[in-house]
Design a protein around this ligand. Structure first.
Ligand code: AMP
Ligand code: MG
Length: 328
């Protein structure tokens, strides 16, 4: 049997099909790319509404799964952009009604942890979640996933995208900035904003743009921004690891595709005698398969909702979501 997962928290509309052993049978995704500037929630939602029917068909056709094999329909309930979440939830409700299968709400951040946990085989890892809108260090404790540290202003990915666009590039900036950083060599001074367990990026954005205005090269700026920002993330991850006396770290989110970040976290964790794991790219970025897999866990714990009770929660906090499958 199979759970179908719907992801639509931000720019990515995605449908995933996963069986009860966490085997990913199919993923079909389509990312909204704004013609200029950043993401506009309503335009992204319109994009999702247009592409979802085709994505459902594509995921089913490419995997050979028949609707009769679908056990439940899971969807990202939050956190995310309201209009985008509603687009995905509407599709999930329709499929649940058409196939007469239960509807399972899933927290997006918990889904990043769960897919990395099952793929890595690690029992109780810490997650460094570095994506467009989110930057958090998450760990399980006392019956909930807890956010141990996070950004105080913008998500790391949004920061990289915004900087890259201001420097004349296009969205998404992270991967292009990664390529440009490989050409840089001079480490320029930028604000290193770590506040206890938290980080902040807007000061670095202002400072980097000021340096660009004074003639610093784009390769050197990209290199310096990567080294500084990823050092900040590595530092708070190390502090969380030391506090928990843990030794396993998994990575998630689009920015976790970055080789420099992966390398820095790996070096830190291995230096402490631990292990790291990053899912393959298609399961690291936002995707329907992680929602489907977490849907299986939630379904096993009886977490289904009625269509009437399936409202989205744009500000849903990770640590307010019950995860009974993890015990207490
Ligand atoms: P997500 O929100 O998890 O889907 O991830 C999207 C974000 O990841 C965007 O902000 C991208 O710029 C960023 N991103 C994707 N690949 C990379 C990369 N290789 N290095 C840095 N950032 C990346
Ligand atoms: Mg995400």
């Amino acid at each position: 049997m199979v759970v179908l997962g719907i992801e639509s928290t931000a720019h990515t509309a995605s449908v995933g099909l996963v069986d009860s052993t966490a085997r990913v049978l199919g993923i079909a995704s389509d990312m909204y790319r704004p013609p200029a500037g950043g993401i506009h929630p309503r335009e992204a939602a319109n994009h999702h509404v247009e592409v979802f029917p085709g994505l459902v068909e594509k995921a089913l056709a490419s995997s050979g799964v028949r609707p009769g094999e679908i056990e439940a329909v899971a969807f990202s309930q939050g956190p995310g952009l309201g209009p985008c979440l509603r687009a995905g939830a509407t599709v999930a409700r329709m499929l649940s009604m058409a196939w007469q299968r239960p509807l399972v709400p899933v927290n997006h951040c918990v889904a990043h942890v769960e897919i990395a946990r099952v793929l890595s085989g690690m029992e109780d890892p810490l997650l460094l979640y570095a994506s467009g809108g989110n930057t958090q260090v998450i760990a399980y404790g006392r019956g909930r996933y807890r956010v141990l540290g996070e950004t105080l202003d913008i998500g790391i990915g949004n920061f990289l995208d915004k900087l890259w666009i201001e420097l004349g590039g296009t969205f998404p900036g992270g991967p292009q900035l990664e390529a440009e950083a490989k050409l840089g060599s001079e480490l320029l001074p930028l604000p290193y904003s770590v506040h206890g367990m938290d980080v902040a990026f807007s000061g670095m954005l202002t400072a980097a743009l000021a340096l660009a205005g004074r003639g610093s090269s784009r390769p050197d700026l990209s290199y310096s921004v990567e080294v500084t920002a990823y050092s900040m993330l590595t530092e708070i991850t190390e502090r969380a690891l030391a506090h928990r006396r843990g030794e396993a770290v998994v990575l998630g989110g689009g920015v976790a595709c970055n080789e420099r970040l992966r390398g820095m976290v790996k070096a830190m964790v291995e230096g402490r005698g631990g292990r790291t794991f990053a899912p393959p790219r298609n399961l690291c970025v936002d995707n329907g398969a992680m929602i489907a897999w977490t849907g299986w866990l939630a379904l096993g714990a009886g977490q289904t909702v009625s269509v009437e009770g399936s409202g989205v929660e744009p500000r849903q906090r990770t640590d307010l979501v019950a995860t009974p499958w993890r015990g207490s």
